[in-house]
Design a protein around this ligand. Structure first.
Ligand code: NAD
Ligand code: TYD
Length: 356
């Protein structure tokens, strides 16, 4: 593919910032445009190391605004899109589903319409240099019992407003492929962990709370199971798929790394005790069992054989090493943690863009 200008949506967020960094550094001949609304979850402090790169540009904007999106596509004539912008936290989707429906469903539809209007779909038969790559989640498949794994063919069965909104967006992306011939790829990934994740998600929240001697709210009995993948391995998988995936196909991405929440939390407590010089067992005393999340999916486990077998991707990092690195990052970057939790970054960047 001879790609030139690539739109990445949600590039200021957790996974998006890792992907932007990877692509800007690896492909100097690509122009990477990062479009992000800079909600509470996204901030440009995540990207200071690439902000002055000649092949990188940031645009502040909202994917829900159809006119703005059309004008943006008109201006830049993107060759390809990698779409990550989303509302991403299940608990927030329970408190306020409409934000999720607007950004995740309407926002995705706006991007699809804009791509369709600038890419002449009659010319989109392979080989084409255009691609709409949609980044999605394994949560669209619903909840597993003790056995089995999600495959690309597993029927969708989303159970939270978040996963239902992501499932809707996946359906729209696939529909634009079948109906209009838009060249698309979808990947569905398991839970990510690593640096720069907003501390409302389990791992950074608990690191932050342990550090500050605050309680660790474990939902239900802590028996729910998640499959954890290091975020930089997810970014690598997106890079591999972006360049090599078969148009119109879906690929699962996962770490083959299932953890019961309570066991994972105990590992975090143990590493934190060591790093903070506390006696073993001290951080575990902060564990507090609280009312379960409504509709809490019991287990996610992803079968990524297709990606591994067809395209040769494998996770690079063992979980023990990855969690240690992750904890160290949050401890070293205390200022980042404080600024995202207090909203200081959001306030700072809002003022910067309001004055333009
Ligand atoms: P995140 O919440 O950290 O980041 C989302 C980014 O999107 C933020 O920078 C935010 O400002 C931006 N955004 C939100 N609404 C927007 C809008 N209306 N217009 C423009 N930008 C907007 O999310 P994340 O964890 O990095 O997830 C990125 C993508 O990957 C999402 O699509 C998510 O569904 C998917 N995903 C996440 C995980 C995970 O474990 N975090 C796993 C699988 C898939
Ligand atoms: P989370 O990081 O919110 O990711 P997701 O819901 O997308 O899997 O939660 C991971 C698991 O941890 C999930 O089973 C819910 C649980 N959890 C808690 O027990 N306490 C918490 O405070 C949070 C945020 C999550």
């Amino acid at each position: 593919m001879n790609l030139k200008t690539i739109l990445i949506t949600g590039g200021a967020g957790f996974i998006g910032s890792h992907l932007v960094r990877l692509l800007v550094n690896k492909y100097p001949n690509y122009k990477i445009i990062n479009l992000d609304k800079l909600t509470y979850a996204g901030n440009l402090a995540n990207l200071t190391d690439v902000e002055n790169a000649p092949n990188y540009e940031f645009v502040k904007g909202d994917i829900v605004d159809a006119d703005f999106i059309h004008a943006l596509f008109d201006k830049y004539q993107f060759d390809a899109v990698i779409h990550l912008a989303a509302e991403s936290h299940v608990d927030r989707s329970i408190a306020n589903p409409m934000e999720f429906i607007m950004t995740n469903i309407v926002g995705t539809a706006n991007l699809l319409n804009a791509a369709r209007s600038i890419w002449k779909t009659s010319n989109l038969q392979p080989p084409t240099s255009n691609l709409f790559y949609h980044v999605s989640t394994d949560e669209v498949y619903g909840s597993l019992g003790n056995e089995g794994m999600f495959k690309e063919t597993t029927p969708y069965d989303p159970r939270s407003p978040y996963s239902a909104s992501k499932a809707s967006s996946d359906h729209l992306v696939r529909a634009y492929y079948h109906t209009f011939g838009l060249p698309i790829v979808i990947s569905n990934c398991s839970n990510n962990y690593g640096s720069h994740q907003f501390p409302e998600k389990l791992i950074p929240l608990f690191i932050h709370n342990i550090k500050n001697n605050k309680s660790l709210p474990v939902y239900g009995k802590g028996e729910n199971i998640r499959d954890w993948l290091w975020v930089e391995d997810h970014a690598r998988a997106i890079d591999v798929l972006f360049h090599n995936a078969k148009i119109g196909e879906t690929y699962n991405i996962g770490g083959h790394n299932e953890w019961k929440n309570i066991d994972l939390i105990k590992v975090i407590c143990k590493v934190m005790d060591k790093k903070l010089g506390r006696t073993e067992g001290e951080s575990e005393k902060l564990i507090t069992y609280v009312t379960d999340r409504a509709g809490h999916d019991l287990r996610y486990a992803i079968d990524s054989t297709k990606l591994q077998h067809d395209l040769g991707w494998t996770p690079s990092l063992q979980f023990e090493e990855g969690i240690e690195k992750t904890i160290q990052w949050y401890l070293t970057n205390e200022e980042w943690l404080n600024n995202v939790t207090s909203g200081a970054y959001q306030h700072y960047y809002e003022k910067q863009y309001a004055s333009r």
